[in-house]
Write a protein that binds this ligand. Structure first.
Ligand SMILES: Nc1ncnc2c1ncn2[C@@H]1O[C@H](COP(=O)(O)OP(=O)(O)OP(=O)(O)O)[C@@H](O)[C@H]1O
Ligand SMILES: [Mg+2]
Length: 454
């Protein structure tokens, strides 16, 4: 995103538009804060993403920054001056659209300006311009119930942009939309923003979607829960790196994934570890660095197979939030299990839903032995670490490996705590796949001779 070429900005790039200083929030008599000491600056030209688990206070922070809710401690500054009452520089796009069903598209959009003293003619012109900008031309007289989800969210965007907010807030704006619609709107918004076609100088977007944050934001703040706080801040990718599967993008996604799935570990350290670039060839003095292994999700075979069976039983798909509720699991635990099934090719995660693939459906329908065989193929197909270990076992004259050797190898790619977790998952999955056995007492992995050459 070319911040230096933004046409509509009159201030120097980088001016602080909005800031939170030591913001804390308690609700009612609750003694534990929902938000704990949030310090945050939003600068001109920036697109910032807030990622974090459910209940970590992201929406609460947006409401405080928008002046719709007072902080219990600390303050919000708009251009350096303390904010009292609603923040007129800000407009919000909500996940659930929040449209008035009895008003037309035009009236819903115009509503944003009724509270201001913009003259009638200008109000009309601005509403029509916002409707046009956001691709709703021709739908001015339609009512919300006549619109698809994507079109409704376009109205949500138009209603926010019509007030020409200096800062645009978006609270999971794409997560109620189907995958394709979400992608279309996302890329249109990205273009509007990078072409400076909207009057907004800064965007703050809340999302659950790591890819969405990585593909759009200049800066990513990862929130933690209990209490809600910023665990770590990451620099976003350069525009060229945002596309496709650039190495930088893969590293950033992996780092964020590690931070979110390890809520009790030091986020800074995780980021440092997972975003480290492999050394360039020129630095010959260093020993050759082994290639990095993809991260195995911290998921047991029981959870994994149980999840696939469950999904199959309810018609092969479900939203993550419904599944977490019905299976009585924490959202992050469920997400990890879903990720594991995705990694193995048994399911696809799209936005906030999981769908069993034909392979996953087949897996669910099989008896134990053929199920294990199918798992064995999948795990060797998709998990490079598993292939590597089986290969080493095959090469070893005794067809065995010391756990210490495997752990040391893993520690070249992971922190030692994570290496230990990776090892446990590896053993759990490898045993079930009947690729090898593991003896806890002598600490040896031993090739399962019956099946290793699958
Ligand atoms: N008005 C309120 N009164 C009491 N508690 C509240 C209120 N608003 C939010 N909370 C609590 O504050 C915590 C943070 O809520 P918030 O909606 O800000 O989280 P979030 O990060 O936006 O979550 P999600 O990702 O699910 O949208 C939650 O535990 C919620 O129950
Ligand atoms: Mg929220």
């Amino acid at each position: 995103m070319a911040t230096t070429t933004r046409a509509l900005t009159s201030r120097q790039p980088g001016t602080v538009l909005l800031a939170a200083e030591g913001v804390r929030k308690f609700f009612g008599d609750d003694r534990s804060p929902v938000l704990e000491r949030i310090d945050l600056e939003l600068r001109e030209g920036e697109f910032v993403a807030l990622l974090g688990p459910s209940g970590s206070g992201k929406s609460t922070l947006l409401r405080i920054l928008a002046g719709l809710l007072d902080p219990s401690d600390g303050r919000v500054l708009v251009h350096g001056s303390p904010l009292h009452g609603p923040n007129r520089q800000v407009a919000i796009v909500f996940q659930g659209f929040a449209l008035f069903p009895w008003l037309t598209v035009y009236q819903n959009v115009e509503l944003g300006l009724l509270a201001t003293n913009v003259p009638d003619a200008e109000r009309r012109e601005r509403a029509l311009r916002a409707i046009d900008l956001i691709g709703l031309d021709g739908f001015e007289e339609a009512f919300p119930k006549e619109l698809s989800g994507g079109m409704k969210q376009r109205v949500g965007f138009a209603r926010a942009l019509v007030v020409q907010p200096e800062v645009l807030f978006m609270d999971e704006p794409f997560s109620a939309l189907d995958v394709l619609t979400a992608e279309t709107l996302r890329s249109e918004l990205r273009d509007l923003w990078s072409d400076s076609a909207m009057p907004t100088k800064s965007v703050l977007m809340v999302t659950h979607n790591i890819d969405e944050a990585v593909s759009m934001a200049d800066r990513i703040l990862v929130f933690g829960a209990n209490p809600g706080r910023i665990r770590v801040e990451l620099k976003g990718l350069r525009p060229a790196e945002r596309r496709d599967k650039s190495a930088a993008r893969t590293r950033l996604v992996d780092a964020i994934y590690q931070v979110i799935t390890n809520p009790d570990e030091d986020a800074e350290q995780l980021v440092e570890h997972y975003t480290a670039r492999p050394p360039t060839r020129r630095r010959r003095a260093e020993p050759p660095r082994p290639r990095r292994y993809q991260t195995l999700p911290d998921v047991s075979i029981d959870d994994l197979t149980g999840f696939v069976q469950y999904l199959s039983g309810i018609g092969n798909s479900g939203t993550l939030s419904d599944l977490a509720r019905d299976l009585q699991m924490k959202g992050e635990v469920l997400f990890r299990i879903a990720e594991a099934t995705d990694l193995l090719g048994f399911a696809d995660i799209q936005e906030r839903s999981v769908f069993l693939t034909p392979l996953g459906q087949r897996f669910a329908s099989l008896e134990l032995d053929p199920q294990k065989a199918l798992f064995r193929h999948s795990v060797l197909d998709h998990i490079s670490l598993m292939r590597e270990i089986v290969h080493r076992l095959e090469e070893s004259p005794s067809h065995s490996l010391e756990s210490e050797v495997v752990l040391e190898e893993l520690e070249t790619s992971f922190t030692s705590a994570e290496a230990r977790r990776q090892f446990e998952t590896l053993v759990d999955w490898g045993r079930y796949a009947e690729l090898f056995s593991y003896d806890d007492v002598d600490g040896e992995l031993r090739l399962d001779e019956e099946h290793y050459n699958v």
